[in-house]
Design a binder for this molecule. Sequence first.
Ligand code: F6R
Length: 353
Amino acid sequence: MSEPHRVLDDAATYEANDPHRTRDVLTGFPAQCRAAVAIDTSLLPALKRPRVVVIAGMGGSAASGDLIAACAGEHLEVPVIVHRGYGLPSVAWDDALVFAVSYSGDTAEVLSAAAMARTRRLPTVFVTSGGSLAALAAQHNLPCALVPGGLMPRMALGYLFFPMWRALRALDLEVATVEEIDEALAVVTTLGRELAPDRPVADNEAKRLALAVGDRWPTVYGGPLTGAMAYRWKTDFEENAKTFALAGALPEMNHNSIEAWRAPLAQSLHLLLLRDGGEAPEIRRRFEILKDIVATVAGGVTECQTRGRGVLARALSLVYLGQWTSYYLAVLRGVDPWTVPQLDEIKRRLSRP
Ligand code: F6R
């Protein structure tokens, strides 16, 4: 067995390269999802069924909005817009419901969205573990789903997603049925066992993916559903493994990014294709042609599949696989997967008067 394979199957690697025990948080993700499903949102006031749902969040918190939007795409006639930025989009006026989602509760863009929602008198639900957002909710008696703290926001997806799911359900906006939730929980629970550090490389897809990427730059493409997951993989690679990463979605990338796949630069990229069991035949065909064209120039190509039947199980299983893959890449490269010093530095400088 080659050296990097041995490294990922050696407990000492994790002791040395994962000092904050990110592995425990990732292993606990299925339990986090179960706890999050049980978070009681019944105290949220009875709101009117909205015409549009706007989810304001950044980074790891915004990812929970992407997951709601991905599920809503299959279930709802009400549009779900994920807003990453200051203020609110102009669509957020009468009959809009706003979610202000910030795990820390201190993200400037989300606080500004919450302030604008207040000015526009829009019904707003906060989802946070504390900070200024929780203080604002307490001060003005605003609806707030308070979730447990102490995690990195990007690793708190369960806590951020499920309270929104429940609040929407109470408004008769069901982005996932109870059966789909149960299936998704079962799928991530199984996956949690399959991807944990004690599972050897031969039997662990996330370790194999990280090894396949190796020293190359990960480039992640998805399809109509998994394109949003490809973006999440990219940000997890960036934040956990501290590496440049690219992401895109079919069919759009067939109309632009495909031209960038030329030798010799493409040799430095490893292509990860996020395939979906529910893929339409025309998308499948595009993936096959893409592989054919790119395989000869890319540093490597690997495919991953969604698990489960429902859209939530399919989406969440891929997100979880990406979290573990970026984690193993970090450990392999000797990078602490927990800390985000550059990100913290920007926040620190911005908070100075
Ligand atoms: C850090 C992370 C970031 C944060 C982002 C917004 O783990 O995932 O992408 O999510 O900086 O912060 P929050 O989520 O606290 O509003």
